[in-house]
Write a protein that binds this ligand. Structure first.
Ligand code: KG4
Ligand code: ZN
Length: 342
C-alpha cells in the first residue's frame, strides 16, 4: 500500500470543529479549525450540548473548506480518519457520523483515531520521531508521561491523579476573573510579572511519575481568599507566576527523570498546554543542558486540530488497520489499546 496517501481527517472531540487533508502522515495540505471559544467563553467553560450543536452546524462547511483549500475533491482522498475518543461523547459523535457517511458514500476505508495519539504524532508533522522516546502530554483533559518503545506503541507511566494541567490553568484563571480558556492569560501574566508568590510543589512519592494539581489550585484559592479577608490588593501577576513556576518545575523534573530512567532518545512535548511560553522555555533550556533532543510542535499544532489526527491515522493506514462502520464514540478510549499492529 502506498505511504503517500491523502487522508481526510476529522476532529470534534471538544470545542474545535476541525478538518484537515494530510499526505503521507507528514505533509499538511490543508487544515481548517472552527473554534467555539467565543460561544463557551460566556459560560466559563465548554457546555457539551452547545458544543455538539455547533459541530453539527459547522462540520459540512469546514469539510468543504478543507477540501477546497487543499485543491482536492473527494475522489483524491484515500481514507477518512476521525477521532473516536477520548472526548465529549456528543461532540465525538458528530465527527464520527460525518466520517461514516463519507466512508460509506465514497466507499473509502475508515480509520478510528485516538485523540492523544494525535497530539503526540503532531510532532511527526514537523520532525522525525526516533524511538524509544518519552512524550509529555499536557492538555485540558490529560496530563500523562507516555513511553513509545516503537512507532504507534504507547505505555503510560504517569498521569494526573486529579486535575489535568490545562484544567488547573483554566480554574486558576477563572478565580482571577479571566475568561475561558484561561491558560494563555495566566501564561502572559506570569511572563510579565516581576514578583512571585511562593507556592507548594506536589512531587508525590519519590519514584512516582504521577501528577497532582488540585492541591496547588487550592493553595492559589487560599491566597486569593486571604488577600480579600485582609482587605489587601491581590498581586495577580505574582500569583500567576507562582502557580506557573510550580507547575513547570514538577513537569520538567518528572519528564527529564522519565527520559533518563526509560532510556529515551527524545522528549516530545504535546497538547494544548505545550503552547505555554514558560513551559517551552524551561524545557528547552533544561533539555539543552542535559543533551536531550526535545521536539515541540509549532503553536497551531499544539491545541486541537485535525492535521494531528491525520498524522496518527497514517500509522494505521500503513498497517492496514481499518475500522468497521459500526464503530462507536468512546469517551474513555484507552491510548495503550489503540496501539498499531506491527
Ligand atoms: O489540547 P487542547 O487544545 O484540548 C484538549 O484536548 O484538552 O488543550 C486545551 C487546554 C486548555 O486548558 C487551555 O487553557 C490550555 O490548553 N492552554 C494553555 C495555553 N494555551 C492553551 N495553558 C497554558 N498556557 C498556554 N499558553
Ligand atoms: Zn486535545
Amino acid at each position: 500500500m502506498t505511504t503517500n496517501e491523502l487522508l481526510l481527517a476529522i476532529e470534534t472531540s471538544c470545542d474545535e470543529t476541525a478538518v484537515a487533508v494530510v499526505r503521507g502522515g507528514r505533509e499538511i495540505i490543508s487544515s481548517v479549525i472552527a473554534s467555539q471559544i467565543q460561544t463557551h467563553e460566556q459560560f466559563g467553560g465548554v457546555v457539551p450540548e452547545i458544543a455538539s450543536r455547533q459541530h453539527v452546524e459547522s462540520i459540512t462547511l469546514i469539510m468543504e473548506q478543507a477540501l477546497s483549500e487543499a485543491g482536492a475533491t473527494f475522489r483524491d482522498i484515500s481514507a477518512i480518519a476521525v477521532t473516536q475518543g477520548p472526548g465529549l461523547v456528543g461532540a465525538l459523535l458528530v465527527g464520527i457520523v460525518a466520517a461514516k457517511s463519507l466512508s460509506m458514500a465514497l466507499d473509502l476505508p475508515l480509520i478510528a483515531t485516538h485523540h492523544i495519539a494525535g497530539h503526540i504524532y503532531a510532532n511527526q508533522l514537523v520532525h522525525d520521531i526516533v524511538y524509544p522516546s518519552v512524550a509529555l502530554v499536557v492538555s485540558g483533559g490529560h496530563t500523562e508521561l507516555v513511553v513509545l518503545e516503537r512507532e504507534g506503541e504507547f505505555r503510560i507511566i504517569g498521569q494526573t491523579r486529579d486535575d489535568a494541567v490545562g484544567e488547573a490553568y483554566d480554574k486558576v484563571a477563572r478565580a482571577l476573573q479571566f475568561p475561558y480558556p484561561g491558560g494563555p492569560h495566566i501564561d502572559r501574566l506570569a511572563f510579565e510579572a516581576e514578583e512571585e508568590i511562593d507556592l507548594p510543589r506536589s512531587w508525590l512519592e519519590p519514584d512516582s511519575y504521577d501528577f497532582s494539581f488540585s492541591g496547588l489550585k487550592s493553595a492559589v484559592l487560599a491566597v486569593i481568599n486571604q488577600t480579600k479577608m485582609k482587605g489587601e490588593v491581590l498581586n495577580r501577576g505574582a500569583l500567576a507566576r507562582g502557580f506557573q513556576s510550580s507547575v513547570i518545575h514538577v513537569l520538567v523534573e518528572k519528564a527529564l527523570r522519565a527520559v533518563r530512567e526509560q532510556g529515551a532518545r527524545q522528549l516530545l512535548l504535546c497538547g494544548g498546554v505545550a503552547a505555554n511560553k514558560g513551559l517551552r522555555a524551561a524545557l528547552t533550556a533544561r533539555c539543552e543542558a542535559e543533551g536531550v533532543p526535545l521536539l515541540i510542535p509549532p503553536l497551531a499544532l499544539c491545541t486541537d486540530n485535525a492535521a494531528m489526527i491525520g498524522a496518527a491515522a497514517h500509522l494505521k493506514w500503513k498497517s492496514g488497520e481499518f475500522t468497521p462502520l459500526d464503530m462507536k464514540a468512546e469517551p474513555g478510549l484507552s491510548l495503550e489499546n489503540w496501539a498499531v499492529r506491527h
